[in-house]
Design a binder for this molecule. Structure first.
Ligand code: G3I
Length: 315
């Protein structure tokens, strides 16, 4: 059976994957991607980001994002929007614009409402704010925080919700999967947003893990998020290793995928799991972490690895 079919049977909303436009010409890849029993949800890895969608101020291009949205629609797969506001893949007109607070607020509002509005009715969930925190729990000192303080987060969430009231609006980050300073800071942020009446429907736990180093507190941490009245999703799961891969590493990786899936399974408010692309052929890991890779459930030749069975076992 496909991974999404197994997830549905286990009561989850979806098991999904990220994908990217250049990958869609590989037919052995799309044969798996387009199988809606394998993947019930799609995230665009790059083509809905700010540099892709508003490369110049007020000039919006949705061509590549639309390709991904249409693919998901054609296949009957849920779509996750990724993302409105992030410190990376920002065009230089934003980072170097030296805008004052009122102007930058309006730029965020225009960007989020135009982007989310363009996909209105087609996206289940938006990663509205991506990676707002540092590992110590402080706010990331990016152009948004430095100009606006933490208020930019509420601005983006409000604009996104207003543009598509039926879409769930999330904050998404890494290193908040287990208990710790950053997870605590995210809980405090969510509490504070809720107390101000700011829309916040969920928290995305990216879950870019290392073989043998999956946090042991996944379940308790997810329960603590859920107790704040938000849903939780695993949004960018992969489990990388130092290359070359060995049978022992692949066996541990299988266990690690199983552990993560079982943690989501143990928490009713964990709605679903997205893998950050399903094959080592297209994983972001080797280019970002030189010497590491083999992070996904399908190898470079699109052959299933033990991690595939780990996912199934986790449900
Ligand atoms: O578009 C250019 C292309 O014109 C150029 O020829 C090529 C040459 O390097 O680069 C292309 O841009 C690359 C882009 O992906 C599109 O392929 C960038 O160099 C590359 O840095 C970029 O990487 C993406 C990365 O985000 C950027 O930070 C990855 O594909 C994408 O998977 C990754 O995703 C992020 C999530 O959004 C947030 N969480 C972490 C995750 C992994 O870093």
């Amino acid at each position: 059976a496909g991974l999404h079919a197994v997830a549905r049977q286990a009561g989850k909303l979806y098991l999904g994957t990220a994908t990217d436009n250049p990958e869609l010409t590989t037919t052995a890849y799309t044969a798996i991607l387009d199988n809606n029993q394998m993947f019930g949800q799609i995230t665009a890895a790059n083509s809905m980001k700010w540099d892709a969608t508003e490369p110049q101020r007020g000039v919006f291009t949705f061509t590549n994002g639309d390709v991904i949205a249409n693919l998901a629609q054609r296949n009957g797969q849920l779509l996750r929007g990724h993302n409105c506001v992030w410190h990376q893949q920002l065009p230089s007109w934003v980072t170097a614009g030296n805008f004052n607070a009122a102007t930058l607020t309006s730029i965020i509002q225009t960007h989020c409402s135009t982007l989310v509005g363009h996909y209105k009715g087609r996206v289940r969930t938006w990663d509205v704010v991506n990676e707002p925190l540092n590992d110590d729990g402080s706010f990331r000192q990016d152009v948004f925080f430095n100009t606006l303080g933490q208020g930019y987060i509420a601005t983006a969430l409000r604009a996104a919700k207003a543009a598509d009231p039926n879409a769930k609006v999330y904050i998404n980050d890494f290193n908040i999967e287990g208990l710790g300073a950053k997870a605590t800071a995210m809980k405090n942020l969510i509490r504070s947003l809720k107390s101000q009446g700011v829309p916040i429907d969920g928290v995305g736990l990216q879950s870019h893990f290392i073989v043998g180093e999956v946090p042991t507190t996944l379940v308790q941490n997810m329960q603590e998020f859920a107790a704040l009245g938000v849903e939780v999703a695993i949004t960018e799961l992969d489990v990388r290793m130092t290359l070359p891969e060995t049978a022992a590493l692949l066996a541990q990786q299988k266990k690690d995928f199983q552990t993560v899936v079982a943690a989501c399974q143990a928490v009713p408010q964990c709605v679903g799991i997205t893998i950050w692309d399903f094959t080592d052929r297209f994983s972001f890991v080797p280019s970002t972490f030189p010497g590491q890779g083999a992070a996904t459930p399908w190898d470079e030749n699109l052959v299933r690895k033990p991690a595939f069975d780990g996912i199934v076992a986790g449900f």
